[in-house]
Design a binder for this molecule. Structure first.
Ligand code: SF4
Ligand code: ZN
Ligand code: ZN
Length: 392
């Protein structure tokens, strides 16, 4: 996501803009000394009496009250749902985007506040997108190294998608001119989840935390509805436990993308990456824009949709949802847990290999055809020369 700061000098107004909308999120700087009555009326106050720097769903917050609000949301759910306990080793899926940077910060603050004995490690997956991920990797390493030196995190892992055989750039090339195949992001998302879960188990983490926010959650569930994918719909939040999987926690799902952007801004948390160049044109991007448009016209829609999804989940007996996990077996190819004989990752890899082989065959055929044509031309030329010289 691109975090933009817009400074409108005339009105001395500072806004945080996410994607294309910024209606419900306005950070205000001190208004100019010569305020008009209209502007005075417009100054929003925080409940504590200070001038509000941000409005969320029509209510104003100063920086400190806003920080407290976000931390309270995060801490309370962790405690209420007993998601973490003393002795846990939490692997944080750390992409380096704003969500993961905020997630790590909130977890560190949670440990400090509660005094619980928690260990954190981070797992970063390098998708192998040359223009996007790779230039920032050294900076990311430096940052994580620093956290490790200060004993804030136990360790960090960098895993390459290429270790599965293909980088996302490779897949992009393979999928070009292939219609009907799953989009690039489906491959990327499946491979990243696979690698994070596998690495979390390898480093003996007891929990794995993802920085999915409220917007991501609503987008995903909406996509599941339009895909008629009930299994995936039911397997999302609240996460169920299974002995095969490292227990997943996604505790940013009560916080909107814009709130996360503002929290990062207020706390000087700098994301390492902006939007991936392949995001545009993806299905997720379409749904993201659609939801932002709805939110723009009907403020609060995303939060309401989340409440609605929560009530749907509450109405489905846990027994029904647990049935999904009863079917968990180990993949026949890679040995990772799955609900099918062969896991999604192995199926996708097999598909990519098939396409690759097919393309290689087509290429050789084309080359042979070209060679034959050239060979024929040379023969024709020799024949003509020979014919001409015999006439001479
Ligand atoms: Fe991967 Fe798609 Fe996200 Fe890019 S936008 S990192 S390709 S899932
Ligand atoms: Zn306040
Ligand atoms: Zn597999």
């Amino acid at each position: 996501m691109r975090l933009e700061l817009i400074l409108n000098k005339k009105r001395q107004k500072l806004s945080v803009k996410e994607g294309t909308t910024a209606r419900d999120l306005v950070i205000r700087k001190k208004l100019s000394p010569r305020k008009t009555t209209k502007e005075k009326r417009k100054t929003i106050k925080c409940l504590c009496g200070k001038a509000a720097l941000i409005t969320v769903l029509g209510r104003g917050y100063c920086k400190s009250c806003f920080n407290k609000r976000i931390q309270k949301k995060f801490f309370q759910t962790l405690k209420k749902q007993k998601m973490v306990s003393s002795g846990d080793h939490i692997a944080i899926a750390f992409s380096g985007g704003k969500d993961s940077v905020v997630l790590l910060d909130l977890f560190l603050k949670f440990r400090k506040r509660t005094g619980l004995n928690l260990t954190f490690s981070t797992i970063t997956v390098n998708e192998g997108i040359k223009s996007y991920r790779e230039p920032q990797i050294p900076k990311l390493k430096k940052y994580l190294n620093n956290l490790k030196r200060k004993n804030l995190i136990e360790d960090y892992k960098l895993v390459d998608i290429k270790s599965l055989g293909f980088s996302i750039d490779d897949i992009k090339k393979i999928l070009v001119d292939r219609k009907g195949e799953p989009g690039l992001c489906s491959f990327c998302g499946t491979f990243r989840r696979y690698l994070v879960s596998k690495t979390a188990r390898e480093i003996k983490a007891t929990k794995v935390a993802f920085g999915h926010n409220l917007d991501d959650y609503v987008q995903t569930q909406l996509m599941n509805i339009f895909d008629n994918n009930m299994e995936r719909f039911l397997s999302l939040e609240p996460k169920l436990t299974s002995p095969y999987f490292v227990h997943k926690i996604s505790r940013l799902i009560d916080i909107t993308e814009k709130e996360i952007a503002a929290y990062a801004l207020f706390n000087n948390l700098h994301p390492f990456f902006e939007d991936c160049p392949y995001l545009k044109g993806s299905k997720r991007h379409f749904f993201r824009r659609l939801l932002n448009k709805i939110e723009d016209s009907y403020i609060g829609s995303k939060v309401k949709a989340k409440y609605f999804l929560d009530s749907v989940m509450e109405k489905i007996p846990t027994k029904e949802r647990k049935k999904l996990f009863k079917r968990v077996v180990l993949c026949k190819v890679c040995g990772e847990p799955t609900t099918k004989k062969i896991c999604n990752t192995c199926e996708m890899l097999e598909n990519l290999n098939k396409i690759k082989r097919l393309k290689a065959k087509q290429k050789t055929k084309k080359q042979n055809k070209k060679l034959n044509k050239e060979y024929f031309n040379v023969l024709l030329f020799i024949y003509l020369i020979a014919g001409l010289s015999s006439i001479g």
